[in-house]
Design a protein around this ligand. Sequence first.
Ligand code: ADP
Ligand code: MG
Length: 151
Amino acid sequence: MEKYELKTNNAEETINVAERLANLLDAGSVITLEGDLGAGKTTFTKGLARGLGISRTLSSPTFTIVKEYDGRLPLYHMDVYRLEGSDEDIGFEEYFNGNGISVVEWAQYIEDFLPSERLTIIINYLDEDSRLLTFEPTGSRYQDIVEALVG
Ligand code: ADP
Ligand code: MG
């Protein structure tokens, strides 16, 4: 599996990358985000929302686990941090196979529920304003998307 890296030097740059990615996605796309607290997972998701033409302010769904937004396509924003160590299924398959775009923060905590084809993005903190984004696509559809974005 090929990996692609991209460095951003401030939050706005991360938002811009995500906004461009949003324009390459279609119904049923699954994006999984990994990275420590404060890495930029929610910031990245804000860029996806912008790219989908969502005007509502996006806030972290930590306590509700999932929030839905209406845009060019629906956005299903999940933060599964609270599900660490549990095997609770909140109906993941319906989101992943739905008509929208699923974005999952802390996706490593629900590994068993994730579709095998997806775009994993790992965000690493470099310093206060810069981050390393590593794109790990599985499946040719996501491979093509990442190549269009980064390649
Ligand atoms: P997470 O959801 O991973 O916990 P957040 O997106 O909520 O992280 O927070 C990331 C914080 O880091 C925000 O305050 C954002 O403004 C800041 N930040 C600074 N530089 C960057 C960057 N290059 N990319 C993303 N976020 C950045
Ligand atoms: Mg977050």
